[in-house]
Design a protein around this ligand. Structure first.
Ligand code: CP
Length: 312
């Protein structure tokens, strides 16, 4: 088994992936988008466990699983023994004992996956669908696939990540890998929502200082649900000071693209009429999510297969 396969027993954080693994997943995602088919004969079982709300991540993992021909075991948090006090560890220990091969998990606790992947009793592979304000590797990979499709490289690209930085797992996942891939990073948005950890990866700027220079403007959702003391800004004030309006859109370079992980707060991070504007890749990001998640599932299952063969 190669080192690449070994490391993809789980996909929980962009920090754990090598640049080589990231590039292989992006290129495999593009191959799936171009129509590569991969039916599994022995039907591995995947279960998607979402302890936080989700439309894109949950449903695109489901579509990816359908397209790969995998068996899906439904798991509804609301009707499970989680409501009787079952811990996440015990839920995953149970699914592992039942023979589930892969669990895709979204959970509000940062780093929830650490005790799961460290446990010798849990043999199920873990794919992190988002841990609180920690990591969101599948979102990061679909963002990278979208940038790669546009520019064909990352080296030297100017990328501004703008908005609710502190609460964003998307910002954290992307800043780490984009820096390793050679992009130049800028961070914009309210000072109240930016901690010093971002300074290790790029410069703090205002959206007005950077909008005419960037190749990629990556807007972030204002995460009201993670703000302990309510919104600091009215929607109108946020949009005026930090959002993408028509005037700022007009200042973007001809070749620049706009991204947003969605769901979008329309007329807050981005003007309603710009969500589907020519420079927007927001819909393409959602589409790419299916294909990059197919690539992630394929890699994790290949790694499990290789481990199985080694044990025989
Ligand atoms: N971008 C994203 O993670 O969206 P969902 O919360 O709808 O999955």
């Amino acid at each position: 088994m190669s080192e690449n396969q070994q490391a993809l027993n789980h996909v929980v954080s962009m920090e754990d992936l090598t640049v080589d693994q990231v590039m292989k997943l992006i290129k495999r995602g593009i191959e799936f988008k171009n129509g590569v088919q991969l039916p599994y004969e022995n039907k591995p079982i995947v279960s998607n466990l979402f302890f936080e709300d989700s439309t894109r991540t949950h449903k695109s993992f489901e579509v990816a699983e359908i397209k790969l021909g995998l068996e899906r075991l439904d798991f509804d948090v609301k009707t499970s023994s989680v409501n009787k006090g079952e811990t996440l560890y015990d839920t995953i220990l149970t699914l592992s004992a039942l023979g589930v091969d892969v669990c895709v998990i979204r959970h509000p606790e940062v780093d929830y996956y650490r005790e799961l992947i460290a446990s010798p009793s849990i043999t199920t592979s873990i794919i992190n669908g988002g841990d609180g304000s920690g990591q969101h590797p599948s979102q990061s990979l679909l963002d990278l696939m979208t940038i790669y499709e546009e520019f064909g490289h990352f080296e030297g690209l100017k990328v501004a990540i703008a908005g609710d930085l502190d609460h964003s797992r998307v910002a954290k996942s992307n800043m780490q890998i984009l820096k390793r891939l050679g992009a130049e990073l800028f961070f914009a948005g309210p000072e109240e929502w930016r901690s010093q950890e971002f300074a290790d990866y790029g410069q703090f700027v205002t959206i007005d200082e950077i909008v005419d220079q960037v190749d990629v403007l990556m807007l972030l959702r204002v995460q009201h649900e993670r703000h302990e003391s309510g919104a600091v800004f009215s929607k109108e004030d946020y949009h005026a000071q930090h959002g993408l309006n028509q005037e700022r859109y007009n200042r973007l370079k001809e070749t620049a693209i706009i991204m947003h992980p969605a769901p979008v707060n329309r007329d807050v991070e981005i003007a309603d009429h710009l969500v589907e504007a020519p420079k927007s890749r927001i819909v393409q990001q959602m589409t790419n999510g299916v294909f990059v998640r197919m690539a992630i599932l394929e890699s994790v299952l290949a790694s499990r297969n290789a481990n199985e063969n080694t044990r025989r």
